[in-house]
Design a protein around this ligand. Sequence first.
Ligand code: NAI
Ligand code: UGA
Length: 435
Amino acid sequence: MKITVVGTGYVGLVTGTCLAETGNEVVCVDIDAAKVARMQAGEVPIYEPHLDVIFERNISAGRLTFTTSLQDGLDHGEIIFLALPTPEDEDGSADLSYVLGVAQEIGKYITSYKVIVDKSTVPVGTAEKVRETIAQHTSQAFDVVSNPEFLREGFAVDDFLKPERIVVGSSSERATALMEKLYKPFVRSGNPIIIMDEKSAELTKYASNSFLAAKITFMNEVANYCELVGADVDMVRRGMGTDSRIGKRFLFPGIGYGGSCFPKDVKALQKSGRDSGYDFKMLDAVIDINNDQKVKLIPKIEKYFNGDLSGKTIALWGLAFKPETDDIREAPSLYMIEALLKKGAKIVAFDPEAMDNVKAKYQDKISFASDMYGATDGADALVISTEWSIFRTPNFKKLSDNLKNKIIFDGRNLYDVNDMVNEGFRYISIGRREA
Ligand SMILES: NC(=O)C1=CN([C@@H]2O[C@H](COP(=O)(O)OP(=O)(O)OC[C@H]3O[C@@H](n4cnc5c(N)ncnc54)[C@H](O)[C@@H]3O)[C@@H](O)[C@H]2O)C=CC1
Ligand SMILES: O=C(O)[C@H]1O[C@H](OP(=O)(O)OP(=O)(O)OC[C@H]2O[C@@H](n3ccc(=O)[nH]c3=O)[C@H](O)[C@@H]2O)[C@H](O)[C@@H](O)[C@@H]1O
């Protein structure tokens, strides 16, 4: 099939590449000319495991091409995916200007039947707005469907190629049939394509992300309470997670959820609820608790240094909002950096993939080390904010030699508390007793 993907961020790039992988002819459109040039030269513009292999394969096969011309893109595809940003607006709502701006252009340029697919995360009623916007500029037949994306950064290729479910919101038989044909190769036995109306599809995405954010937040609250009463959240998590109604995943407490989606999507659902006269009280609590959680380690660090962090050098391991990505959007590490700098501390950071992105933001304010041990050299303490695999089994002897004080503040609960005593460290984590 002939497919066009407008927007080559995480979602657009993965969507385009994976659809090319199943034999479709895919044209990706982006307004960022420099990015398009890099992709045309075979460079994957994001860090995403396994994407490079299928990216290169499909470019070489001529199934995956890039352009800055929306008009060329629209001429090519019968199915047009919109994978455009829907960032948080000042009032917390989703900014639809990218999506509706492109919808307007689509109305001007289409000359044959198209299925316009909303892949961006958008509030209930957006498919209708896209439909109205396009229709204002054309009398050409077209359909709009909602097809929210559930991939996770770091696992994006696998999530797209082997989805647990595909949600399609459509009220057109013609469009539904095309979407089912397109997605057939991705559906493994038992994993359904769920067809529903557009509004329900739009809400499914926000409800899923908000539910997962709430699940994490609940565990963060349990962890905070564990600290007060001397319980161990690791044990509580294991005890809870073995109940299949609860499930083991997304129960890991830490220094809060971040990323380009949970924070903005929880707020967008809360705002669109309010706009429709419904108050999602639970989401208010999720947002508040998560804000506090991101700087949860700060008072602990301050207490250790008797309330004075000025001039103290903190080694910071992990900058990305989670492992296996270079994405730092809403990363808890950034909130920690801000708080530590405010208190006069110096920071030497290391992250396997995200340092360039942070350098662009904090060029002169913090230092960067070229490896994880370099960050700890002469530091007063080690703080961990992302659970990259290489941080899980460090050389503790080396760490001990490097750090001025044998103290680790761990926002991701990487180590066993008893092991840390044996290694000679004081170890302060989330929701667990010090041994
Ligand atoms: N990042 C993720 O893991 C996921 C994101 N989503 C949703 O997917 C949507 C896109 O997210 P990302 O891929 O992270 O976005 P992004 O912000 O990484 O990338 C968006 C891309 O669109 C391009 N763009 C902007 N305006 C354009 C225009 N007029 N024409 C052509 N290209 C244009 C930008 O240059 C950029 O390359 C958002 O609604 C997001 O909530 C959904 C699931 C997962
Ligand atoms: O809409 C989106 O963009 C995507 O948002 C999330 O994916 P992602 O943001 O890539 O990352 P997650 O793995 O979900 O982690 C999000 C945040 O929650 C935190 N988290 C996750 C799990 C957990 O148990 N504890 C926890 O603190 C992570 O550290 C991270 O900061 C969802 O998992 C995807 O299904 C969705 O498509």
